[in-house]
Design a protein around this ligand. Structure first.
Ligand code: GLC
Ligand code: CA
Length: 524
């Protein structure tokens, strides 16, 4: 077996920069704050941090509307501070991944300002401009993922422009080769500054139908769902030409050696697999989001693991994601007890895990009052369940400090104080200790990092599987239920359990009990 790459051995930790650590009292997290917490991330046992966008931005979508791809927003800090952060991270053995947002820029980006200045501006074709329909309305039925038509009228030049998200986020035209060259320059700008890879925002949306055909109606649409679900995304996502672009991004990263290309892609597994590239020349890891909205049952998860493993192309490396800044937190989705089971699952499955900041202390979705809502998705379509503020509340460092130690000022979102790093730190039964123990276990067991996964079985509420590498064999059993269950095991030793009491317990071959919500890893 070839030597694994660092991102295959490693664990990724996602930082939402506005919410990690504020250093100057403006209530918004920043680079100096992140820098000050790198020791924490490293001691947790993560190998890389992925930082959501930190570029200059009017913040219509909190940084996912980029006004300059090659600088740092003053709200977050400066380029020298970023370079300092990279040096510090590397010194600690942590890789640094940036969020690359190529599908759309801010409407305040100079490219778009030029593009909209006149129909014959050289950058006109950098964005998707279209004449109105004969009745003067939008050119077709495409809908924005943030509600309403995806077309915005531009009075000055008498055409519409396309935006998959906010009108403040015009989509770039990736069929234009100058756009491709400019974006390649952006990747190189950051790679030259030591960045170890990228998470590419909405990678599967980059190319849209060049004939601008109407999307078909979605027959499964249910009233109450977000508006864009009314249509299938047939002509606005996952177009075949996207793969050539993924390949070119990958080729750029390859010029720099061991850098990683991760794609944000919400697609069914078979379509997802194509993003690895037909010849393994695509993304290193198309994000596997299946756990984000999986029905939380042993049978569902077992089926998912088996199907995913079977669908993976031969040289493709798997990965699993339990949470991110766009989805409700795991502890709120499944409850505190099952969040511990989920932690064991994430860190014992085959493939690179991504941990969302705060999940390691069991943070739950924050309560956001109506007048505290900041997310444009919620402001534009209230009550649709699209709001993402709850999973973006500030990191809880120390309960006894104002704002749990996140800021001296007024936090941009309310800080929950139900639990904190400081409190969980010395408590061996805490979620934080469980995460740390799991991360140590991964480092010390090759079977967890590079072993095969086999015998994935659901029996009632219990999911079991084995990870094997050479003569090492680990048996994992997770109880998704609220009752005690019996599990069939070979003889061995418990190397980790969610209830710390069982660590080191010798198990004889036969049936062993699992308490409600208990998970164990046994060396067999
Ligand atoms: C991605 C980001 C999300 C953002 C959207 C538009 O899905 O994760 O936060 O709103 O892209 O950039
Ligand atoms: Ca700040």
């Amino acid at each position: 077996m070839p030597e694994l790459k660092w991102w295959q051995r490693g664990v990724i930790y996602q930082i939402y920069p506005r919410s990690f650590q504020d250093s100057n009292g403006d209530g918004i997290g920043d680079l100096v704050g992140i820098d000050a917490r790198l020791e924490y991330v490293s001691a947790l046992g993560a190998d890389a941090v992925w930082i959501s966008p930190i570029y200059p931005s009017p913040m219509a979508d909190f940084g996912y509307d980029v006004a300059d791809y090659c600088d740092i927003d003053p709200m977050f800090g400066s380029l020298p501070e970023f370079e300092q952060l990279v040096i510090h991270a590397h010194h600690l053995g942590l890789k640094v991944l940036l969020d690359f947002v190529p599908n759309h820029s801010s409407n305040r980006h100079p490219w778009f300002e030029e593009s909209r200045s006149s129909r014959d501006n050289p950058k006109r074709d950098w964005y998707l401009w279209h004449d109105p329909a004969p009745d003067g309305g939008p050119p077709n039925n495409w809908l924005s993922r943030m509600g309403g038509s995806a077309w915005e009228w531009d009075e000055h030049t008498g055409q519409y422009y396309y935006h998959a998200f906010l009108p403040e986020q015009p989509d770039l035209n990736w069929r234009n080769h100058d756009v491709r060259r400019a974006m390649d320059g952006v990747l190189r700008f950051w790679l030259d500054r030591g960045v170890d890879g990228f998470r590419v925002d909405v990678l599967w949306l980059l190319i849209k139908d060049d004939q601008f055909r109407d999307n078909p109606l979605n027959p499964a649409y249910q009233p109450g769902e977000p508006e864009h679900h009314r249509l299938l995304q047939t002509y606005t996502e996952d177009q075949p030409e996207v793969h050539e672009i993924v390949r070119s991004m990958r080729a750029t990263l390859d010029d720099y050696g061991d850098r990683v290309l991760i794609g944000e892609i919400y697609l069914p597994v078979t379509q997802l697999m194509k993003y690895y590239g037909a010849a393994g020349d695509g993304a290193d890891m198309p994000f596997n989001f299946q756990l984000l909205n999986a029905r939380w049952s042993a049978a569902t998860i077992a089926g998912m693991i088996r199907d995913y493993d079977r669908a993976l192309p031969e040289h493709a490396w798997p990965n699993w994601v339990l949470g991110n800044h766009d989805n409700p937190r795991i502890a709120s989705r499944v409850g505190a007890a099952q969040a511990r089971v989920a932690a064991v699952l994430l860190l014992t499955l085959r493939g690179t895990p991504t941990i969302y900041y705060g999940d390691e202390i069991g943070m739950t979705d924050g309560d956001i009052e109506r007048d505290q809502v900041r997310d444009p998705a919620e402001l534009r379509q209230p009550g649709m369940g699209q709001g993402r503020d709850p999973e973006r509340t500030p990191m809880q460092w120390e309960r006894s400090l104002p704002n749990a130690g996140f800021t001296d000022g007024k936090p941009w979102l309310p800080v929950a104080t139900n639990s904190s790093v400081r409190e969980q730190d010395g408590d061996t039964s805490s979620m934080l200790s469980l995460y740390r123990r799991l991360l140590i276990l991964r480092r010390s067991h090759a079977a967890l990092v590079q072993g095969t996964i086999a015998n994935v079985v659901a029996n009632g509420d219990v999911l079991t599987y084995e990870r094997r590498y050479r003569d090492q064999s680990l048996f994992i059993a997770l109880n998704f239920g609220v009752e005690c269950a019996m599990v069939q095991s070979r003889s061995g030793v418990v190397v980790l359990s969610t209830s710390t009491r069982r660590d080191g317990e010798v198990v004889a071959a036969g049936t062993i009990p699992l308490a409600a919500g208990e998970a164990i890893v046994a060396s067999v």
